[in-house]
Write a new protein. Structure first.
Lengths: 504, 724
């Protein structure tokens, strides 16, 4: 996808014409399925059968409309051909749309000839869109949520037939508009609607449901890597500012109930533990917040997941206070891992160094009353990152830096940094991304750089020279005679005059 | 000690110098190392209360630069009055930390400012050891200096204020105190204007760092006065004192908090008077050179008596007219230990202002306390100008230390020096084995360095007669060594067990020896920091003001800078009033949250209920009509909190906030583990809502409710809601 970006950009010049050219396309059938089973991430898939009804003109692209409000919580959008499963290039269309809409254009692999049909799947990942309702409940009561969206899927093309299916994890309490929908178990189906949209126009659909699973928003998250060749050490540091998305406590915090519930191991809505998967080789772990160490944390032994993969350990961080709905917590933690597992270097790469590190770590929040949690808790990610920053600090002397991100990101920049005992400073790669989809934790960033032998020896040499200079200066100073008196008579400063001194 | 015995190509003098340097280096390492218990046991964290203010201002200084810091008006403290921070603090410690921080960052060592602050006191204690060595060498010998340095490196009396994390003024002030005195003694001995000026510089640094500088500016004039009274006037003294006083006073006036005080407060008048006196004496000495002796005596006697009387009279008159400020309450309490308790409860309420129990001297100084009289004796035996100073310092510091616990700190340096002198005298006498042998062939009859003498202890005694002397010496030396050994054992034990707790973080041990950290304070502060509005006003007793500002980052009504007694009394009154009155007062002061510390769950005795009597007393001092201490005792005169407590106690906000719903978790026969009383069974609260309570119930935070929409009292509204 990255490689094609240049080509896509060229296409954008004709973006404004896209809507007009679209006149020939028709959505003959559309099924939107909304998956609310991995909150706070909402996975939405719109399956659409597109037909080119233009008399003569072949169509090369398909335009997707995202309402601006929805776009503000969009983490990822992708379009695939259903039959082949091939992912299409998607680019945002600048301008040419209403203020309330954002357009994306997917480039078809082969032009759609007049009369032909193609099936496409448009996948969205949306974060933190489901809101608690009621907004405040008792601290042990069930948490209710509401999902809301337009009843009809917005499209740049006429839609002949459509329906929307919403699946939840918990029981469904109700839905709107009740007349246009049916409920079956934990599924609500809106529609099907014909071309006229059932006369619903711009109406909103709403599904209210129970879901006691934890939902946490990471308001900001910063992950930092520090590469040290001398120590063969990759230092990982993660800053988090999180907020429990759950409903607030109705009637205020109740310590008695919280203490009794904790003693009796009864369910409540407080997030008590934050789980982190770290490599099994991690050492020197710490957990700190703005006012010092947090002593309530533990780390498991070496684990291996059932599906294989690298062995890992789990850090169990307990915040200073349990997080009720709406409460915030800010902290940072870190650890070190041996660098050689992440760095490749060799003549095959022309002496280039290749650093391969995870794009983002994973964090799981838990409201369990248990002191030690089962590892299965790790399987349901429930923390959605709103603002993400990745910083990779390369060793002093790294040059010709090239960065390869696993997918398009908002920005990539290089910043200079003077760190411990630096003389010329080093470079930090800064990658920023708003709203990170949960599956990004399996993606990797590649940083390629040159690192000469001279750069390796630069730091010890500089330190040695400075120390030598200091000693030389001290030595020279101690041999220097300041003052107007003639050559002093031995000893320092004529202590001989001192009555009580016994040293001569 | 001729050049015949060279080791490693060094002469004996060089060897001694190298040894001294090495020993001093090791003392520094020990001084720093023994102060790190708290970091190893807990973490690199700022301790207690005042250090949190110093830390917060240092952060501000590092972040905003010196100009902003100097003009800082902190509107979050003393709400709604605010505090002119730049003009009401001693900036020495903050500027020192910021300078170290900036210097390290200049050479690309990006340390955290917190670590600079935490480790500042231990590093300065190493410098104190070096300064004490210089002082000991100045007054006696390098041996005494090294012993004094070793003593001060580990003396608990000093460690109590300088462990890692104890980021307080005393941390650097003791170094400056010793340095100033060392420079002063050298200035007096050499009659050097240079050293006089250096003394003034050190004094200026001291003034910028600690209010205890007043001790210096009274002790040095006293020294001068004593020397004059003893007829020991010399031009050296004149040069030293004139230089020091003129420069030092001008320099000290540059600190805004001190300002013009040196010209009009009683604390500084002794220095001014002595300055005048020494001018007169010097003038008299000058006249003596010009006049016949008979005339001179008449003139001098008349003039001296007349001028002195005039000066003293002027002082008294000016003081009475109010031109010269009289002694402040804190100083009165130095003369009359009962003064503070009657007139200024806020000073008496601080535990470190209490008179010292004698056990504290042993606890903090141990062996040194015994060696102090010996040191004074040796100083008398060889009474130089410097020794007069040491004796005066010993006497006055010992007096002050026995009046106020915290002043053991100023006593410690002189005790260490005196003990060093005493021990050096003893060791030099008993370790010099040569005097008992006939001739050791070296041909050197000088008194030797102890380092060298120890080598010569291997000299074989050649006769049975000398065997006796040898044995006696050995017994004495072994005894002394045993005492020193026990001393260092005592010191490290005291440091580890008594002075290394951050008090912000507590620790308990489980039955299996595992350590359990009790971190309720930070839990509560961090909760406030993250989950309340940035401008939410928090009301608490003043003890927690600095911690709230530093850790919770929220405005407070009162804090540990107890400058406004009325405001503190108002907070005391809110705590002591019944709920409705307290609610009105709290709303009138824009209070959003009320924080109380409550130890009944864990048995933490430093909680607010135990401090409550002081709150009442202070409130009563300002609002005698509204608060009465008697009303809080039962008819039997007991300080009870259970159901038998007095009506005022049970109605008071403090009692309600502490015990609200506490008996529900503790069960039917719940017990207050601090007071050892039954819990009150009926505690109703309507105007305040529980906002957060920490894990062990140590800190409880309540929200002041908004006014009821229908204008009802909250109690009525709750009853209505409960009934519907």
């Amino acid at each position: 996808m990255r490689g094609m970006r240049g080509a896509v950009l060229l296409l954008l010049a004709s973006a404004a014409a896209a809507a007009a050219a679209a006149a020939g396309l028709v959505n003959t059938n559309m099924i939107r399925s909304v998956d609310l089973r991995a909150l706070p991430a909402v996975k939405e898939q719109v399956g659409v059968v597109v037909q080119n009804e233009h008399s003569s003109k072949a169509q090369r692209s398909y335009t997707v409309v995202v309402p601006a409000a929805k776009h503000d919580s969009l983490a990822r959008i992708s379009v695939r051909e259903r039959k082949s499963g091939a992912e299409l290039d998607v680019a945002r269309v600048e301008g040419g749309a209403d203020a309330g809409q954002v357009l994306y254009q997917a480039t078809l692999r082969q032009a759609l000839q007049p009369g032909d049909k193609i099936s496409l799947n448009v996948d969205y990942v949306l974060l933190n869109t489901v809101a608690p309702r009621p907004a405040a409940v008792g601290q042990v009561d069930d948490q209710g949520w509401v999902w809301a969206d337009d009843v009809l899927v917005p499209s740049a093309y006429p839609t002949r037939k459509q329906k929307t299916v919403v699946r939840t994890r918990g029981d469904i309490r109700g839905f709107e508009p009740a007349a246009a929908a049916t409920k079956s178990g934990r599924t609500v189906t809106f529609g099907p609607f014909e071309a006229d949209g059932g006369g619903l126009g711009a109406a909103r659909a709403e599904v209210r449901f129970w879901d006691n699973a934890e939902q946490v928003e990471a308001l900001t998250h910063r992950r930092e890597y520090f590469v040290s060749h001398w120590a063969n050490d990759l230092n990982v540091l993660e800053h988090y500012a999180v907020r429990n998305r759950g409903p607030e406590i109705d009637g205020g915090f109740d310590k008695v109930r919280q203490a009794v519930g904790r003693f009796m191991k009864m369910r409540d809505n407080f997030v008590k533990t934050l789980l982190l998967k770290v490599p099994a080789t991690a050492r020197g772990m710490y957990f700190v917040d703005e006012i010092g160490n947090v002593s309530t944390s533990a780390v498991t032994g070496r684990q291996r997941s059932s599906s294989g993969g690298a062995p890992f350990r789990v850090m169990q961080l307990k915040p200073r206070y349990p997080l009720a709905g709406g409460w915030n917590y800010t902290w940072w933690h870190g650890y070190s891992v041996p660098l050689d597992a992440y760095l490749r270097v060799g003549p095959a790469r022309g002496g280039r160094h290749l650093l391969r590190v995870p794009f983002i770590g994973s964090l799981v929040a838990s409201a369990s009353q248990e002191e030690v949690l089962a590892l299965t808790a790790l399987d349901t990610p429930n923390v959605a990152v709103s603002e993400y920053e990745l910083r990779i600090t390369l060793p002093e002397g790294a040059a010709d830096i090239a960065v390869h991100t696993p997918f398009a990101v908002d920005s990539v920049a290089m910043q200079p940094l003077s760190y411990y005992f630096d003389s010329t400073g080093r470079t930090t790669v800064v990658i920023r991304q708003r709203r990170v989809a949960p599956d990004a934790s399996s993606a990797h960033v590649l940083v390629e750089y040159s690192y000469s032998a001279r750069a390796l020896w630069q730091k010890p040499l500089v330190i040695a020279l400075v120390l030598f200079g200091l000693f030389a200066a001290a030595s020279a100073l101690s041999r220097m005679r300041l003052g107007l008196a003639g050559p002093a008579r031995g000893g320092k400063g004529g202590r001989a005059t001192k009555p009580a001194a016994k040293d001569d | 000690m001729g050049g015949s015995s060279k080791v490693l190509g060094l002469t004996a003098a060089d060897q001694a110098s190298l040894l001294r340097l090495a020993i001093l280096g090791l003392i520094s390492v020990v001084a720093i190392g023994s102060r790190l218990y708290s970091v190893i046991r807990f973490e690199s964290v700022i301790h207690e209360f005042d250090p949190w203010f110093n830390y917060r201002t240092t952060q501000y200084l590092v972040k905003n630069g010196f100009d902003k810091f100097w003009n800082w008006f902190d509107e979050t403290a003393w709400y709604p009055l605010g505090r002119v921070v730049g003009g009401t603090l001693y900036p020495g410690i903050m500027v020192t930390s910021a300078a170290i921080y900036n210097a390290l960052h200049l050479v690309n060592v990006p340390v955290d400012i917190r670590n600079v602050c935490v480790f500042l006191a231990p590093v300065f204690s190493a410098l104190t050891a070096v300064a004490t060595y210089q002082l000991g060498k100045e007054v006696k010998s390098a041996t005494a200096g090294l012993l004094a340095a070793a003593f001060i490196g580990i003396a608990p009396g000093y460690i109590s204020r300088s462990v890692a994390g104890s980021y307080d003024n005393e941390g650097i002030a003791i170094f400056l105190l010793v340095l100033t005195f060392f420079l002063w003694l050298r200035a007096v001995r050499l009659g050097s204007a240079l050293y006089g000026a250096l003394t003034a510089t050190a004094y200026f640094y001291m003034v910028s760092a600690w209010g205890g500088y007043v001790f210096i500016i009274n002790l040095i004039p006293l020294h001068v006065f004593a020397l004059l009274a003893m007829g020991r006037y010399s031009n050296r003294l004149y040069v030293a004192y004139s230089t020091f006083y003129a420069l030092g006073t001008l320099a000290s006036m540059q600190i805004p908090f001190v300002g013009f005080q040196p010209t009009f407060t009683s604390e500084h008048m002794a220095a001014l008077g002595t300055f005048g006196l020494i001018q007169l004496v010097a003038f008299a000495q000058f006249l003596r050179g010009l006049m016949p002796a008979r005339h001179f005596q008449v003139v001098v006697r008349g003039a001296l008596v007349g001028l002195f009387a005039a000066g003293a009279g002027a002082l008294v008159v000016l003081t009475m007219r109010g031109v010269i400020a009289p002694w402040t309450g804190r100083f009165y309490s130095l003369w009359d230990t009962g003064y503070a308790k009657i007139h200024i409860p806020i000073i008496a309420s601080v535990s470190e202002h209490q008179p010292t129990p004698w056990t504290n001297f042993f606890f903090d100084l141990n062996l040194l306390m015994v060696l102090l009289p010996a040191g004074i004796y040796f100083s008398f035996r060889e009474l130089t100008d410097n020794h007069v100073f040491l004796i005066l310092y010993s006497l006055f510091a010992a007096y002050f230390a026995s009046v106020m616990v915290r002043l053991i700190l100023t006593l410690t340096p002189i005790v260490c020096v005196m003990a060093g002198i005493a021990m050096a005298n003893a060791l030099e006498a008993y370790l010099d084995f040569r005097s008992s042998s006939n001739n050791d062939g070296g041909g050197s009859g000088d008194a030797a360095q102890p380092a060298d003498t120890q080598n010569s202890s291997s000299t074989e005694p050649s006769g049975a007669k000398r065997m006796h002397g040898w044995l006696g010496r050995t017994v004495v030396v072994v005894n002394l060594m045993y005492f020193l050994w026990m001393f260092q054992f005592h010191c490290s034990w005291i440091t580890s067990s008594a002075y290394s707790s951050p008090s912000v973080v507590l620790a308990s041990r489980g039955p299996d020896g595992s350590q359990h950290i009790i971190d309720d304070f930070r839990e509560a502060y961090y909760w406030l920091r993250k989950n309340t509005r940035a401008d939410a006003r928090v009301l608490s007793w003043w003890d927690y003001g600095y911690q709230l500002a530093g850790m919770a980052d929220r405005p407070t009504l009162v804090d540990n800078n107890t400058w406004n007694n009325t405001h503190i009394a108002t907070v005391g009154k809110i705590m002591a009033s019944d709920e409705n009155t307290a609610y009105e007062l709290a709303r009138r002061h824009d209070v959003d949250y009320v924080l109380v510390v409550f130890g009944a769950m864990l048995g933490y005795s430093g909680d607010d209920i135990n401090k409550f009597l002081w709150m009442i007393r202070i409130a009563q001092g300002v609002y005698p009509d509204d608060v009465s201490e008697q009303a809080f005792f039962t008819a039997g005169g007991e300080y009870a909190i259970d159901d038998s407590a007095s009506a005022a106690m049970r109605a008071s906000l403090m009692h309600k906030l502490s015990y609200y719903r506490f008996n529900e978790v503790m069960g039917q026969h719940g017990f207050d583990r601090v007071r050892r009383q039954q819990l009150p069974t009926k505690v109703e609260l309507s105007n305040f809502a529980e906002a957060y309570t920490t894990e062990n119930w140590m800190v409880r935070i309540y929200k002041v409710k908004e006014l009821d929409n229908l204008g009802r009292r909250h109690r009525a509204a709750m009853a209505f809601d409960g009934g519907s």
